[in-house]
Design a protein around this ligand. Sequence first.
Ligand SMILES: *[C@@H]1O[C@H](CO)[C@@H](O)[C@H](O)[C@H]1NC(C)=O
Ligand SMILES: *[C@@H]1O[C@H](CO)[C@@H](O)[C@H](O)[C@H]1NC(C)=O
Ligand SMILES: *[C@@H]1O[C@H](CO)[C@@H](O)[C@H](O)[C@H]1NC(C)=O
Length: 366
Amino acid sequence: MAFELTKIFWGFLTLLLVSNLQCNYLVEGVSQVPCLFIFGDSLLDTGNNNLLPTLSKVNYLPYGIDFPRGPTGRFSNGRNYADVVAELLGFEKYLPVPFASATSGTDILKGVNYASGSSGIRDESGYTEGARISLNLQLLNHKIIVARIVQILGNKELAAQHLSKCVYLVGIGSNDYANNYFLPQFYPTSRLFTPERYSIVLIQQLRLQLQTLYNLGARKLALSGLSLIGCTPYEVATYGTNGGPCVDNINIAVQLFNTRLRSLVDDLNANFSNFKSIYINNYEIQSSTNASSGNLIVRNATCCEVVIGQVRCIPFGNTCANRNEYVFWDAFHPTEVASVAFASRAYKALLPTDAYPYDISQLALA
Ligand SMILES: *[C@@H]1O[C@H](CO)[C@@H](O)[C@H](O)[C@H]1NC(C)=O
Ligand SMILES: *[C@@H]1O[C@H](CO)[C@@H](O)[C@H](O)[C@H]1NC(C)=O
Ligand SMILES: *[C@@H]1O[C@H](CO)[C@@H](O)[C@H](O)[C@H]1NC(C)=O
């Protein structure tokens, strides 16, 4: 009898354990949206530049020093903004896959990351770095993926249904400033356009690109605004600051773009049926993330060793002792902790100004 009871007890325990494991498995596997597609530049790139002939790639240490898989091409010591958004949306580690390694299989149903370091809205942005996948090319790559999804799901209607439920995160424009307008020795744009006019031209082009994305089935769009580019150690070293912490004219130009990007959200939502788009105010998020709201106390120095006037870490160079206290990892890109701080507020707004008209967690439900 005791034997039987023990057997039943163990059987029950096993059952409990198994169902518990299955529960955990299910919970981990369930994301808030079925798919996430990412378009953008080095702030979101997860390895698309690794095989390109470009200076703008970082698949070497100390990049990835805090990333479980080591250097992967992320412009960070650890996870980047795209990783954090994906994680908060409930995606398994490290989905979505970069386009460069999305060769086969059904992972692409969960989305793809097309982002490419040094790329921009304008095709020429970043050419001084070498090859890059401009936003226009990223959209062509998406077209290829959409065709594969139609094949996997069997028909266009099912594919359209699936694609309409995905979140599309677009973070682009930094290089149209840092690797174009504010490099007048290589690019003519600052002689052709006032900062005001340039922001209009960029937003007009971006609107057409987002229309293409809409035509490829996107219905839930998060537009990631530009951050304080004028405060990056690279721009500060290049331009000087007149005593302040940042290069003000760069930040002013960036804000002209951001204001129009926010208005673009109204335009898209009004003029494209069933398009739900939002604007993430990274500029305000970064401005209001200060020492009092975390450990990010070093804002004027890079954590890794960088040659003055350059952007990227010296290969196998030293890093700062406390990587949790630095906003900047190299001379342009945030540390993992800074990305976590910024992207968390994009996902779940802390201040009403963080996202317009609502944040990514609400976009997922919309
Ligand atoms: C789109 O909608 C906005 C309203 O937000 C309107 O002012 C604008 O003229 C529209 N644009 C186009 C091209 O239809
Ligand atoms: C720090 O951020 C908070 C909002 O998170 C803001 O109210 C405060 O003014 C900021 N302080 C400084 C010194 O910027
Ligand atoms: C950064 O700012 C601190 C004070 O906040 C200052 O002591 C330090 O010299 C600055 N470092 C650089 C590289 O400008």
